[in-house]
Design a protein around this ligand. Sequence first.
Ligand SMILES: [Zn+2]
Length: 137
Amino acid sequence: MAADCIFCSIIEGNIPATRVYEDADAIAFMDRTQTVPGHVLIVPRQHAANLFEVDPQAYARLFAVTAQVARAVKAGLNPPAISVLQNNGREAGQTVDHLHVHILTREAHDGYRMNWDDLHANSEQLERWAASIRENL
Ligand SMILES: [Zn+2]
């Protein structure tokens, strides 16, 4: 547990949250900022800032819980679609340095937009980027 971490404080029960699920590894609760109706966060009980600091098995477990909760959100709130989002670092939009996954209900024309514009990278660029990734696997 990190002393100044709001999510650790929620896990410990020192800050109230509307919980929807918890087990030995993770808890899920309603985000206080409901950017969409039914915005849920899933966090591991063990503090890690992001995916770069967490054990890969714990990360896999976090997403197993995410799948379970996302299906319950879909069944319980009946949105037409759901996005699952997990940001790592400020530039990616992470504002709390405790690994967490967002479940976002989605509607047609809800204004949420990921930038999927095509960079039009050529095959040389793709191969260079892929080689840099492969070297680190
Ligand atoms: Zn924490």
